[in-house]
Design a protein around this ligand. Structure first.
Ligand code: HQG
Length: 181
């Protein structure tokens, strides 16, 4: 992993899960003060400045982070485990969305449905390719097809993050099936 990638992983940890790791706090909307973040990261022994941070934000392969307009604040677009309100937009989902998971979780998922586990939401993908990549992170991948439009019509809310990840609170067993492609 390159040094920018390593820094990006650390920033993702700080902005989604553990602001303490860089001696900072997030506000209720998940924003960190950029100056505090840079100082905090440097105080961990890592080296970063505004130029490097801007490069990380601009080149992130999943567009994980956003600055505010004057670049004094930064936040992760989704993926948090700490309770922040990143002002997600509610959207009507397509007919189907997909969730990539690992085979070893299936028994539990088939019993309990999809739960957010350590995060605030269940993360859903718009295509099977993306779901496959997400599933592979956990092991032997399995793809679930979610009847998202039916859920929406039944009153479940869906949100679309700034970087195109679909989010919902939970998915009951009756709304998905395992697919093989
Ligand atoms: C599973 C990456 C047992 C769930 C990706 C998943 C994504 C259950 C795991 C984002 C369960 C949680 C999120 C149940 C769900 N019993 N296991 N009832 N319900 N699970 O990492 O969706 O690179 O928190 O299937 O691209 O894998 O970080 O969620 O396997 O968008 O930006 O519990 O992370 O993005 O794992 O990934 P995670 P995820 P980033």
């Amino acid at each position: 992993m390159g040094s920018l990638d390593k820094l990006s992983v650390f920033i993702s940890l700080v902005l989604r899960h553990k602001p303490d790791a860089a001696y900072i706090t997030l506000d209720e909307h998940g924003w960190a003060n950029v100056e505090e973040l840079l100082n905090g990261i440097n105080n961990t022994g890592r080296k970063i400045d505004m130029e490097i941070l801007e490069k990380i934000v601009a080149t992130d392969n999943k567009q994980r982070y956003s600055f505010n307009q004057d670049k004094t604040l930064i936040r992760a677009n989704q993926g948090h485990s700490i309770p922040v309100d990143v002002e997600l937009e509610e959207h009507e989902p397509p007919e189907f969305l997909y969730h990539g998971t690992a085979a070893r979780f299936l028994d539990s998922i088939m019993n309990e449905g999809l739960k957010p586990m350590s995060r605030l939401y269940v993360h859903l993908s718009k295509d099977t390719e993306t779901a496959l990549k997400v599933g592979k992170r956990h092991g032997d991948p399995v793809i679930l097809r979610i009847h998202s439009r039916d859920m929406y019509n039944d009153g479940y809310k869906f949100y679309l993050s700034e970087n195109g990840v679909w989010l919902t609170k939970k998915v009951d067993v009756r709304y998905f099936e395992v697919i093989n492609d």
